[in-house]
Design a protein around this ligand. Structure first.
Ligand code: CP
Length: 338
């Protein structure tokens, strides 16, 4: 993309369920599109690319960032988002996900779902004849991954190339960890999961990461050795408990992760990189997986990262809504007319 021309004029897949389905060029198209639209909107520009378009948002779990960012993105682009949850609609009572999907497909232009089980968002995509975006499942969190890579580009370490970037994910191998393993290696970075053996990232993801590294450069690894922190450009963490496993008591997780895997000033210093940025998908359990000093510190990119959920969602709804190139053409025209 030259800034205004997409390499892929339309998505290779109808749905955005997992970053694994897309190659580097397509992910970069979405990232550049998102950043261009952000620049235009922040500069006072208005877009109406999704005028009269609707996004059905299905939440089987709570959300602040995902819900607000999709709703704001649709409003800023001239469309409308519907916030739907089991209990408020027939799903879960006596209507199946497949029939819910059929109805969404007849009434809405796109759907986004945060689900308990990945199979649910796959079923939604299969039975709804409209683009479906995964707003987090027990397997992956692809919209988080796109926002996070936008944040990496915003905080790109001076003088470095992709193959020099070291991205260390600390703690539990959550669905965010899976997505980051996949997307960072797709962009040619060096990814390490630093966590205990009983919470190690799945071999499936390490294999995907290593296959990406062969194709795009970089590397992919898991380690329990704090030595792996040295030279990190980005330290990322997520909560240790309560996300999908509601059974295991908090104390069990705390014993596995605390204090070794807490991101604190000592861990940031162990990177030996004074410019190393801290990232967190949020919400955070403050002073558990990350200390206040790091989360609120000068090297924290976590709040830019939260804002970039909106940056990413605008790009994603434009891209999967089929109006990405038309939007870029319009922005280019408006800039040239100035
Ligand atoms: N990071 C994230 O998905 O936040 P929410 O759960 O608030 O949507």
């Amino acid at each position: 993309m030259d800034g205004y021309t997409l390499k892929n004029q339309k998505p290779t897949h109808k749905d955005f369920l997992d970053t694994s389905d897309f190659d580097q060029a397509e992910i970069m198209d979405i990232i550049r599109l998102s950043r261009t639209v952000r620049e235009y909107i922040k500069g006072g520009g208005y877009l109406n690319a999704l005028f009269h378009k609707t996004l059905a948002m299905l939440f089987e779990q709570k959300s602040t960032r995902t819900r607000v960012s999709f709703e704001v993105a649709m409003a800023q682009l001239g469309g409308h988002a519907l916030n739907l949850a089991p209990g408020a609609i027939q799903l879960g009572a006596h209507e199946t996900i497949e029939d819910t999907a059929r109805v969404f497909g007849r009434m809405c232009d796109m759907a986004m779902a945060r689900v308990d089980r990945h199979e649910s968002v796959e079923a939604l995509a299969r039975y709804a004849d409209i683009p479906v975006i995964n707003g987090m499942s027990d397997r992956v969190h692809p919209t988080q991954g796109v926002g996070d890579m936008i944040t990496v580009f915003d905080h790109w370490p001076e003088g470095k190339e992709a193959k020099d970037i070291k991205f260390v994910f600390v703690g539990d191998a959550t669905q965010v960890c899976n997505t980051l393993c996949e997307i960072t290696t797709k962009l040619g970075f060096n990814f390490v999961h630093y966590g205990p053996a009983n919470h190690k990232i799945g071999d499936e993801w390490l294999e995907k990461g290593r296959a990406n590294a062969e194709k795009y450069g970089g590397s992919c690894d898991w380690s329990e050795d704090p030595e792996c922190l040295r030279g990190a450009d980005f330290i990322y963490t997520d909560v240790w408990y309560g996300l999908y496993d509601k059974e295991t008591p908090k104390e069990v997780y705390m014993k596995d992760f605390y204090p070794k895997y807490q991101v604190n000033e000592e861990m940031m210093a162990a990177t030996e990189n004074p410019n190393c940025k801290f990232m967190h998908c949020l919400p955070a359990n403050r002073n558990e997986e990350v200390t206040d000093a790091v989360l609120d510190g000068a090297n924290s990119a976590a709040w830019d990262e939260a804002e970039n959920r909106l940056t990413a969602q605008r790009g994603l709804v434009l891209y999967f809504g089929g109006v990405a190139q038309a939007t870029l053409d319009y922005i280019k025209q408006q800039k040239e007319a100035k």
